[in-house]
Write a protein that binds this ligand. Structure first.
Ligand code: ADP
Length: 198
């Protein structure tokens, strides 16, 4: 039985960095997968699937449901340790409902909590555009620019309330203030996750 934590947050919320630092602290207990990183790894491999994925990522659009569901289910099933953090899922009501069906059927997955790393749009924008400005030529992400940021933000915000309500009703939503220092956010998330797995 694997305990699963889903981590959601706006682009620039820091969710990927937070989750990877926590997993690094407890390698025997926790593993972390980022949907964005897994998809970008597929793009980098040069496969046909990667080419299809890049056509969505580069414009800030969501990749199709079957691709993302296969990606995360395979990550969970192959996880080498009993507790899994996945950030960047769900990003739509459709993804949330699809996953709810999977969790109901799949006795080996226990959805333990959904953590929302909350930041204002202004903070998110500042961080993403800062990251774009600092990237070495050729090293930046195809989606870290102002126009694509706006689309990513709209896509994040549109289903957010429905997602919050759904997981609040199930007693699974845990909100973390992401506008503090990285150390503070990580400490908070770490305490919460450990309290659920020990
Ligand atoms: P951010 O959350 O900062 O936008 P990510 O690295 O998490 O960055 O995601 C980058 C892109 O990867 C998204 O804009 C989208 O194209 C794709 N992606 C990531 N997660 C999902 C998902 N759950 N469903 C569909 N597409 C996704």
């Amino acid at each position: 039985m694997k305990k699963l934590f889903l981590i959601i947050g706006a682009p620039g919320s820091g969710k990927t960095t937070d989750a990877s630092l926590i997993a690094e602290k407890h390698p025997e207990q926790l593993v972390h997968y980022s949907t964005g990183d897994m998809l970008r790894a597929e793009v980098k491999s040069g496969s046909e699937l990667g080419k299809e994925i890049e056509s969505y990522i580069s414009r800030g659009a969501l990749v199709p449901l079957n691709i993302i569901v296969d990606t995360i289910v395979s990550a969970i099933n192959h996880a080498p340790v009993p507790n899994v953090l996945i950030d960047g899922y769900p990003r739509s009501v459709e993804q949330m409902e699809a996953f709810d069906t999977i969790v109901a059927d799949e006795k080996e997955i226990d959805l333990t909590a959904v953590i929302e790393v909350r930041v204002s749009e202004a903070v998110a924008r500042e961080r993403i555009l800062g990251r774009a400005a600092e990237a070495a030529p050729g090293e930046g992400r195809s989606d870290d620019n102002e126009a694509v940021f706006n689309d990513r933000m709209t896509i994040y915000t549109e289903p957010l309330e429905a997602i919050q309500n759904f997981y609040t009703d199930k007693g699974l939503l845990h909100v973390i203030d992401g506008e503090r220092t990285l150390e503070e956010v990580v400490a908070d998330m770490d305490t919460f996750v450990l309290s659920k797995i020990q």
